[in-house]
Write a protein that binds this ligand. Structure first.
Ligand SMILES: C[C@H](O)[C@H](O)[C@H]1CNC2=NC(N)=NC(=O)C2=N1
Length: 81
């Protein structure tokens, strides 16, 4: 997997790009993220095109800012790679 290897804080969102071998790998990752997000009751804004997944995290409940919940989900997502 290729990626920019870190989350950045852009416009009150944590953002990281992920690039996989193909769509199958990207979607398998998204499935793992979805299950983790549901367990944490915290959900990503994300886009997927073929092998690329971009994830943006913030907390709507706190007024669309980055909170500890976003950092926790970002860490959990990294642990899925
Ligand atoms: C009711 C439910 O707990 C809330 O809507 C949760 C669900 N998932 C969420 N996900 C994100 N990213 N931000 C939230 O504020 C949020 N709130």
């Amino acid at each position: 997997m290729q990626n920019n290897n870190m989350w950045t804080n852009e416009n009150n969102q944590l953002h990281r790009s992920f690039q996989f071998k193909d769509f199958r790998e990207a979607f398998a990752f998204m499935t793992r993220v979805a299950l983790t997000a549901e367990k944490m009751d915290h959900h990503p804004y994300w886009t997927n095109v073929y092998n690329k997944v971009d994830i943006y995290l913030n907390t709507h409940d706190a007024g669309n800012i980055v909170t500890a919940k976003d950092h926790a989900l970002a860490k959990a997502i990294d642990d899925l790679l």
